[in-house]
Ligand binder design. Structure first.
Ligand code: GLY
Ligand code: MN
Ligand code: MN
Length: 449
């Protein structure tokens, strides 16, 4: 609780306005009473730690007031006992608590953050009596900047939660590795992994990617059979009940043994990751971390003969982005891409905007690193048909790729290695270190029964 109180006090230091934050409401699927599982807004969770639907908090001078309507008695038939408002207020160490009908008394000059769901945003606008939308301006922008300063730098409660999410995610990945030799389908491996999360009563932080088709970057379905020569790309992360995320990817061979070509590319991706992580420390630009990964990928693909020509030309032309087209990583926290609801306000330092260059355009973080930030480092190699076709038809780009050599690597469709890294006072700590990553460890882990 102390960290939650410190967060509220911290906000009061930098935000000169009173603040109203909405948790959001349940979203219906196909008829009103059949809803998606509820997950409160991350900004609400940050100050409350409580996944409470239909709640609003008012924050001023470090104090919290809760607005929440108790459920009618009849709700007990369907939902059993529900807490009273007073119990919740007590749990939150609130100064006061009221039903929603009292909210109008607290709206003057209040700043807020628009929720993602449009229906919720309409509720916010109705209550505040003005539009609530992006881009933010005035006091809402000031609030967002104040929250960003807090959420960028994780306190001990945040780091404990993230570590718990990572620890369970590691166990889920280990279960997936162990299940692979006998599983016949992607879906079976996925089920083994997701049951680890479910049985521990955590949630998934995002839709799991468990696929032999790793070249489809966000492949959210797992319909394929597992074949002996396949690589399985698994990007799966747990979320704690209070909403904190992990985000880990491993790519392992279905048979437990990488082929020569798979091994060669894996070594390149791993070297890119290792060198990128090694450079992490306070003050270093994340832009440069991306640059290191891209350089190591370029050198590695040149050494394998997939790229050809002068290293300096290849780097100047960002040629390796044909195979590594996304950013090296992003902030991690309550959201798997932390604070991306605010667009690039959190990820990009003031005055910075996205580069139009291939690959770099998808870099989600462009700030100097600071102690107690958590970032992902996730280089990958993908043979994405659309990008390869575009490169082949572009004489400026196609000349740098040795298409005959590339043809020998057909059994590497998509590969990514993703870890979660804490920026420490003097360097870094790989929070997901315990999950096998090196080739022999990974092969041994998948093969051992
Ligand atoms: N799991 C989404 C990502 O790696 O960014
Ligand atoms: Mn990620
Ligand atoms: Mn991921």
């Amino acid at each position: 609780m102390n960290d939650l109180l410190a967060r509220r006090r911290g906000l009061a230091k930098t935000c000169s306005h009173p603040v109203l934050l909405w948790a959001g409401s349940r979203v219906s699927r196909n008829f009103a009473a059949n809803t998606y599982p509820f997950r409160a807004s991350s900004h609400f969770l940050y100050f409350t730690g409580l996944n409470l639907a239909e709640a609003v908090i008012y924050l001023e001078a470090g104090n919290l007031i809760l607005f929440w309507d108790e459920l009618p008695e009849s709700a007990a038939l369907w939902h059993g006992d529900s807490p009273t408002r007073a119990q919740l207020a007590d749990q939150l160490q609130a100064q006061a608590s009221y039903p929603h009908s009292e909210l109008f008394r607290f709206t003057a000059n209040a700043a807020t953050i628009p929720l993602v769901n449009l229906g919720d945003r309409l509720d916010q606008a109705t209550c505040l009596n003005h539009p609530v939308e992006f881009p933010l301006s005035g006091r809402d922008l000031e609030l967002a900047e104040a929250i960003i300063q807090l959420r960028l730098i994780h306190d001990s409660l945040a780091l404990t939660e993230i570590s718990q999410a990572i620890e369970l995610t590691i166990r889920a990945h280990q279960a997936g590795m162990k299940a692979t030799p006998t599983a016949k389908t992607e879906a079976k491996v996925r089920a083994w992994m997701e049951q680890v999360v479910a049985v521990n009563q955590f949630n998934l932080a995002y839709i799991s990617i468990v696929t032999t088709q790793g070249q489809v970057l966000h492949q959210e379905f797992s319909p394929h059979p597992l074949r002996p020569g396949d690589l399985l790309l698994v990007d799966l992360g747990a979320e704690t009940p209070a909403g904190w995320a992990a985000d880990i990817t491993r790519t392992w061979p279905v048979s437990g043994k990488f082929s020569g070509t798979q091994r060669a590319i894996y070594e390149v991706v791993l070297a890119a990751q290792t060198q990128a992580i090694a450079a992490i420390k306070p003050g270093v630009e994340f832009w440069d971390i991306h640059g290191i990964a891209l350089r190591v990928m370029t050198e590695g693909l040149l050494a394998l003969g997939i790229l050809q020509g002068d290293l300096s030309d290849l780097l100047a032309g960002d040629v390796a982005t044909v195979f590594f087209p996304h950013g090296i990583g992003h902030l991690l926290g309550l959201d798997v891409h932390d604070m991306e609801d605010l667009g690039d306000l959190a990820g990009y330092a003031p005055g910075r905007t996205r580069s139009p260059k291939p690959g770099w355009q998808y870099l989600r973080l462009h700030r100097p690193l600071q102690e107690n930030m958590v970032v992902t480092v996730e280089p990958g190699f993908y043979q994405i048909p659309q990008l390869l076709e575009k490169a082949r038809l572009d004489p400026g780009l196609g000349q740098w790729i040795n298409w005959a050599v590339l043809g020998q690597f057909a059994d590497v469709k998509g590969m990514r290695i993703e870890d979660d890294v804490l920026v420490t006072a003097t360097g870094f700590q790989v929070l997901s270190q315990a999950l096998p990553r090196d080739l022999p460890d990974l092969e041994a882990f998948v093969s051992e029964q």
